[in-house]
Design a protein around this ligand. Structure first.
Ligand code: SF4
Ligand code: F3S
Length: 115
């Protein structure tokens, strides 16, 4: 089992999650973060840290788990690791709750800086 970052992180990217992960398995894109599912130890401490509820366990029946597992794995192998919280986008609050951000092409494939 693993935890996964899902749609509502896109363009919100608060990064509170990265500071609590004991195994440093968050990876940073330009406007989104992912978890490496093979490195996550399923501790669950990151989930309540996300202010926009973007982190879910992979047994969440309300979410397309296969799709988000694939996205998290793919980009965790490309993007740099992030362990320290940076500055969230200034318009993050405007994107909280906007549906289907990934499907509407709003996730950047570009890497973040990593820390
Ligand atoms: Fe890290 Fe634990 Fe969250 Fe997995 S569940 S990403 S190990 S904090
Ligand atoms: Fe994204 Fe939430 Fe972490 S918005 S960066 S999953 S704290």
């Amino acid at each position: 089992m693993t935890y996964l970052v899902t749609d509502n992180c896109i363009k919100c990217k608060h990064m509170d999650c990265v500071e609590v992960c004991p195994v440093d398995c968050f990876y940073e894109g330009e406007n989104f973060l992912v978890i490496n599912p093979d490195e996550c130890i399923d501790c669950g401490v990151c989930q309540p840290e996300c202010p926009v509820d973007a982190i879910i366990p992979d047994n969440d029946s309300n979410t397309d788990i296969d799709k988000w597992h694939e996205i998290n794995l793919k980009y965790s192998l490309i993007w740099p690791v992030i362990t320290q919280k940076g500055v969230a986008p200034s318009d993050a609050s405007e994107w909280d709750g906007v549906p289907n951000k990934y499907d509407n092409g709003l996730m950047s494939e570009l890497p973040g800086k990593g820390t």
